[in-house]
Write a protein that binds this ligand. Structure first.
Ligand code: SF4
Length: 289
C-alpha cells in the first residue's frame, strides 16, 4: 500500500484491510473482487492484484511462509529488488539493505560517497550482530524524520560527528526530482438518455487502473467540442504522484461503441466501478436532470 502512497493516506485503508483480511491464508481464500473492493480509492490496483496472487503462491508453494531466499522471493508478483531486500531484512533479520532514494541520500551525506561504494565501511561501522531488521527499519525512519531531503535535523542527529556533510558545513539538499508528474487527459463519455446509461470500457491505458471500467480516455491537449462532443467541465484528479488535468466531454448516442458496455447511473453494477469513474459519473449526473 505504501508504494507511491503517503503513510497518512494508507493508515485507514490498512486498518480496514487487516480487520477483514487478517492473514495471508485469509487473503488466498478470498475472492479478488473482495480485495479490490477494500482497496477502492487507493489507486494503483495492480498492487492489490499482485498481493492477492502472491498470497496464493505463498500458501500453495511455501507452506504459508514468505520465502527466505532472495532468488525465490524476487519471483513473487510485484516484488522487485528493493522489496525483496527489505522483506528479507525485516522478516528474517538477514544482513540486507533495501536501497531507495532515502537510503541513497543518507549515505551520500554521511560518507560523501554513493551507497555502492560505502557499503563495506557501512557494514563495519553500523551493523550490529542480529540487528539487521532494526537497521532496515531505522534507515527508513531516519530518512523520513531526521535526514530529510530538505531541512535535515542535523542538530539532533546522533550521527553528526561522523557525518561528512555536517562536518563540511555544506548545506546540500536533495530535491524530490520528478516527484509530481502532470498530465492532461480528455475524457469522452458516450451517454444514453434512456435509464441514464454511460458507456464504459476496460481500461488499457492508465497504469493505475488497469482492466477497470472507465469511459474513453485520451492523453492529449484540450480540444473543445470537436465531432459533436459537448464540453462539460475541467477538473483535477490527483492519484499518488500523478496530477491529472482532465477535460470532460459527453455525447448522447443510442448505439454502444465497440468494446464498451452500458453502465446505468444509480444502479448497482456487477463489476467494480473505480472511484475515478464514480467521480466522472457524479459530474455527469446533473446533465440528466
Ligand atoms: S548530521 Fe545531518 S546530514 Fe548528517 S546524517 Fe545527520 S541529519 Fe543527515
Amino acid at each position: 500500500m505504501l508504494q507511491q502512497t503517503q503513510v497518512k493516506t494508507v493508515i485507514p485503508y490498512f486498518n480496514k484491510f487487516v480487520k477483514k483480511i487478517p492473514s495471508l491464508k485469509a487473503m488466498s481464500l478470498s475472492k479478488e473482487k473482495k480485495i479490490l473492493k477494500l482497496w477502492e480509492g487507493l489507486g494503483y490496483y495492480r498492487r492489490a492484484k499482485n498481493l492477492y496472487l502472491t498470497s496464493k503462491i505463498i500458501t500453495k508453494n511455501y507452506n504459508n511462509k514468505i520465502p527466505n531466499q532472495f532468488k525465490e522471493i524476487i519471483k513473487l508478483p510485484g516484488v522487485g529488488k528493493y522489496t525483496a531486500n527489505i522483506l528479507l531484512a525485516l522478516v528474517y533479520n538477514q544482513p540486507r539493505i533495501g536501497v531507495d532514494g532515502n537510503v541513497k541520500r543518507i549515505f551520500l551525506r554521511l560518507f560523501n560517497k554513493s551507497i555502492e561504494k560505502t557499503e563495506i565501511t557501512f557494514k563495519k561501522k553500523l551493523v550490529k550482530k542480529n540487528r539487521n531488521s532494526d537497521l532496515a527499519e531505522a534507515l527508513m525512519e531516519f530518512g523520513a524524520l531526521i535526514c530529510k531531503p530538505k531541512d535535515p535535523k542535523c542538530n539532533i542527529c546522533n550521527l553528526k560527528r561522523n557525518c561528512k556533510f555536517f562536518k563540511s558545513k555544506k548545506k546540500i539538499l536533495f530535491s524530490r526530482k520528478n516527484h509530481v508528474i502532470e498530465k492532461k487527459y480528455n475524457i469522452y463519455c458516450y451517454l444514453k438518455k434512456k435509464k441514464k446509461g454511460i458507456a464504459l470500457t476496460k481500461n488499457k491505458d492508465l497504469s493505475f487502473l488497469s482492466n477497470f471500467y472507465i469511459p474513453e480516455t485520451k492523453k492529449s491537449n484540450f480540444d473543445r467540442g470537436k465531432n459533436g462532443w459537448i464540453y462539460l467541465c475541467k477538473y483535477k484528479n490527483n492519484i499518488s504522484n500523478i496530477k491529472m488535468n482532465i477535460s470532460l466531454f459527453y455525447k448522447f448516442t443510442k448505439k454502444k461503441p465497440k468494446n464498451f458496455k452500458w453502465h446505468y447511473i444509480g444502479r448497482k453494477d456487477s463489476e467494480l466501478i473505480p472511484t475515478f469513474t464514480k467521480q466522472i459519473i457524479n459530474k455527469l449526473d446533473k446533465i440528466y436532470i
